[in-house]
Every structure is written in structure tokens, then in C-alpha cells.
Ligand binder design. Structure first.
Ligand code: ZN
Length: 488
């Protein structure tokens, strides 16, 4: 990794501060002045301030059983800290509560005629009664899907365990149909390799336990009818509450809101300083530098998500809570989740799928978000690589809602390649963060240079888009946005 670029960058930033605020009424083309506005905000990001936030989060974990996990006093103290920092910076801060269901898989067994058959409860499946279920097995026609009552013909499902095949309709519909016909549980055989691994979508979507089995096991069971099965699915669904932290500038158009987020919760194993204290520090310091009433064209909304580690619940519930109009007001979403990895990578979410790896391109505009993120890292003195838009962080609910998204990332448990080690230094074929989700994810193990470069790239993107979301580095606006979201 070059360190030379850094010095050059410093010089350039000082220059741009003198020229541009963040509103697009300034002279010169909107695209150029957007870049200048990005540079101006990036230059204000100070490493010591970032480290200061991490020190506070680490102290919070130390005072709260060593972690800042969702549902703990460590998380609540993290919320209080972020709220205080944002309020001091002139923001009107909200901490909206949300409720989410967590599903716990316990003991799962299935046997027929003394033969054990691998089975997995579908997510949110009710549990079988204590001691399990011993009941006759009823199967429909070969490959019956069980989507309608008619499909069962005159079969008597009363008190039986029913067996159907995956396909065509939702798992929960198959379960409700079988239950209406008197079944006490449902088994769903796969129509592909492996055991069915799916969800019922919510805790109230099936009145009976539902287990997934493989295609082969389905055929084995069909060959044993008439017969009975012994099914045990020990499962539990708990409903929990948590909070997000939301703060929006009082200035800037609310027709093109730039949303910037980082999850605030950590895993129970440790303080969660890289995952995701680093992203919190980057977003919090950007918010503090921007202030609550900046001279911007577009309003900026800062979000600190709860319960990300449990399943992206904070961002998901937030997106779900917005009306169609409120979703349309959001121009784009910037996500920062791990930006201080010890074996650091300089990655941008591959919004245009130019790497042709894994997930497809993001919603229209994601290419521009990636481009601005790349420029932010280049200005910070490093050459970026793409990383798959794999949905493993809080951009996923926004992408699902058709909102263009992106951001920068320093890597988690994936391994740095030889080429990347050439490019950035560090260890080839070693994880970007060997401390991922462990007690070793501490301030001591943060790459402070990577933290600064990524945080400046984050601030660059915020400054640029707060200035303008239009032009060659822009996203759909107005009618084009309505159309783009409609076709999503
Ligand atoms: Zn994370």
C-alpha cells in the first residue's frame, strides 16, 4: 500500500476547503463541485477523534460484561453515547423502537420404522408437544405439493403427519392447508439436493410444526406408507425489542435524502470494535463534522442500527416502517460495516456487478454509489477492489426496496488474495479480520490507517451526495426514480 498518496491528499483537501461549501449553487459543474464538497468533508475527519469513539465503545463494553450485544446494557450505553454525540453536534435525535422475532433451533429428530432421518425445523416452526409426536404418516400423490386442499383428495389427515414436496407455493401455505385437513405436523421433502432449509416467514404463519427433509428421505418415507413416524422439533421463538438511532440534518432537501448507516450492536463474544465500532466511528465523526444544519442541497440522515448481528433486524424494521412516499424520498443508502480490519482490504460494494461474482448489480444508481466510494478511497491514497453485494449487512433491506446502495469495507472473514496483498500490504491468504466475531476484536487490533482512510472515504461520499445526487455520478431522481423503483 502506498503511503505517499496520503500526503498529496492532505494538500488537495486543504485547497478544496477554501473553494466549496456543500450546496450545489456554487460555481463550476455540479459533478466537480460535488467531488470538491466530498474532499472538503473528508479532510475534516481526524484519526484521533475516530479512535476516541472506539475508546468510548471499548470502555462501554468493559463496563457491561465485555460486550455491546443487542438486548444488553452494553447496547443501551452505546445508544446513549451516540445520542449524546449527535445531540452535541446539533442534531435532533430519534431512537425508534422495533420488535423482532428470533428463532432458536433445539433438538430435532425424525424416525420411521426405527430408521433415523435427518430433519430440520423450518424457521419460525412451532415446536412439537413434549416428548415428540408419534403419528401415522400420510402422503399425497407422488410429488404432491400440498398447496390446495383439493390436492389431498379424500385422504384423511386427522392426527397425522403429512408429507409433501417443495415447490410452487410458500411453505406456510402448505402447512395451513394440511392443518385445515387435520394434520398435526408437516414434512416437506426437497425437490433439489440437500435438506429443505427455509422459513415460514413469521411466528404466526403455521399452526403446526413443519420440518424439512431431503428428496431421498421423502422417497424413503413414501415407500414405507402405511406407517408412522416419530417427530421431535424442539423450537422456540422469542420476541425482542431494540432501538435504532436516527438523526437527520435540519437543512437540505427531503426529496433526495442521503441515508448513511452503521450497525451499533456487536456480538456477545466481545467488544465489537472493528465489527462494528469502526463503522460507527466513521459515520458518527462524519455526522459531527457535517453538523445538524449544514449548507447542503440534500438532507443527510444518519442511522445507527440495532440487532444487525441477529439478522439485520434494525435496518429491516426501519425500511418496513417507511411508507411508499417516504421510501421514494430516499435517494440512496451508504453502509459502513467494518472499516478497520487488521489485515485491511479497501473494498467497495460491487454495485454494478463489474466483478461478475455472486450477487447481481444493485438497484439503478448503485453503480454511481460505487464510483463515488471508489473515488473516496482513491483520494485517501489506496486503489479499491470490489466486494460482492452479498446482502450480509444493513444495505440489504434498502436494496430489496429498490434503493441504490453501496459503501466501503475493510473485509471480514474472507481471505486477502496475493494480488490484494501486493496492492495494500498485509498477509496474503489470511482473513482480513482474523478476530471477526471474537473476544479479540478490540481497539488494540484495529488498523488505524485503514480506519482513517475508510472513514475519509465515507465522509467523501456523504459530502459529495449531500451536494448533489444528480449528474454523471448521480442516482435516479424525480420521475426516473419512481420508474426505477416501480420496475425493481
Ligand atoms: Zn458487522
Amino acid at each position: 500500500m502506498t503511503r505517499i498518496g496520503w500526503a498529496a491528499i492532505g494538500a488537495v483537501s486543504v485547497l478544496t476547503v477554501a473553494v466549496a461549501g456543500c450546496s450545489s449553487s456554487d460555481s463550476g459543474s455540479s459533478a466537480d463541485s460535488a467531488l470538491a464538497a466530498g474532499s472538503a468533508l473528508a479532510a475534516q475527519i481526524d484519526q484521533q477523534q475516530l479512535i476516541g469513539h472506539l475508546e468510548q465503545l471499548e470502555a462501554i463494553a468493559a463496563d457491561n460484561d465485555g460486550n455491546r450485544a443487542s438486548g444488553t446494557s452494553g447496547y443501551d450505553a452505546s445508544v446513549d453515547y451516540v445520542v449524546r454525540m449527535l445531540t452535541d453536534a446539533g442534531f435532533d435525535v430519534q431512537t425508534p423502537e422495533f420488535e423482532f422475532d428470533q428463532f432458536i433451533w433445539g433438538n430435532q429428530t425424525l424416525s420411521a420404522d426405527g430408521t433415523d432421518i435427518p430433519v430440520e425445523a423450518l424457521q419460525f416452526s412451532p415446536a412439537t408437544p413434549d416428548g415428540g409426536l408419534l403419528a401415522p404418516l400420510v402422503v399425497g400423490a407422488p410429488d404432491a405439493l400440498g398447496c390446495t386442499a383439493e390436492e389431498w383428495g379424500d385422504a384423511d389427515l386427522t392426527g397425522a403427519v403429512a408429507l409433501v414436496t417443495r415447490g410452487t407455493c410458500e411453505f406456510s401455505q402448505k402447512a395451513r392447508v394440511a392443518a385445515e385437513r387435520g394434520a398435526v405436523a408437516l414434512l416437506i421433502a426437497n425437490n433439489d439436493d440437500g435438506i429443505v432449509d427455509g422459513t415460514l416467514g413469521g411466528k404466526d404463519n403455521s399452526p403446526i410444526p413443519v420440518g424439512g427433509i431431503s428428496r431421498e428421505s421423502g422417497n424413503e418415507l413414501r415407500a414405507q406408507v402405511p406407517g408412522s413416524v416419530d417427530l421431535t422439533l424442539d423450537t422456540q421463538t422469542t420476541t425482542s425489542q431494540s432501538r435504532n438511532v436516527i438523526a437527520q440534518t435540519s437543512t437540505g432537501s427531503t426529496d433526495n435524502v442521503v441515508v448513511v448507516g452503521a450497525h451499533l450492536d456487536g456480538v456477545p463474544e466481545g467488544a465489537g470494535i472493528n465489527d462494528n465500532g469502526s463503522g460507527v466511528a466513521a459515520v458518527l465523526e462524519t455526522a459531527r463534522r457535517l453538523g445538524g444544519d449544514p449548507d447542503v442541497t440534500n438532507a443527510v440522515r444518519f442511522a445507527f442500527w440495532g440487532a444487525e448481528e441477529l439478522g439485520l433486524f434494525g435496518s429491516e424494521k426501519y425500511v418496513e416502517s417507511l411508507s411508499e412516499d417516504e421510501l421514494l424520498q430516499i435517494a440512496l443508502y451508504l453502509n459502513y460495516d467494518m472499516v478497520g480490519s487488521p489485515n485491511a482490504g479497501y473494498l467497495t460494494y460491487d454495485g454494478d456487478d463489474s466483478d461478475r461474482v455472486g450477487a447481481p448489480a444493485g438497484p439503478e444508481g448503485s453503480a454511481a454509489v460505487e464510483r463515488i466510494s471508489e473515488i473516496g478511497l482513491l483520494e485517501a491514497g489506496v486503489s479499491p477492489n470490489g466486494t460482492d453485494f452479498d446482502g450480509r449487512s444493513d444495505y440489504a433491506p434498502f436494496v430489496s426496496a429498490g434503493i441504490p446502495a453501496g459503501g466501503v469495507f475493510s473485509g471480514a472473514d474472507d481471505r486477502k488474495t496475493d494480488v490484494q496483498a501486493e496492492l495494500w500490504g498485509g498477509e496474503a491468504n489470511e482473513p482480513f479480520d482474523p478476530n471477526y466475531h471474537t473476544a479479540q476484536d478490540t481497539l488494540e487490533n484495529i488498523d488505524r490507517d485503514a480506519l482513517l482512510r475508510h472513514s475519509r472515504a465515507a465522509a467523501f461520499s456523504v459530502g459529495a451526495f449531500a451536494h448533489s445526487v444528480e449528474g454523471p455520478n448521480g442516482v435516479p431522481v424525480g420521475d426516473a426514480r419512481v420508474e426505477a423503483r416501480a420496475t425493481q
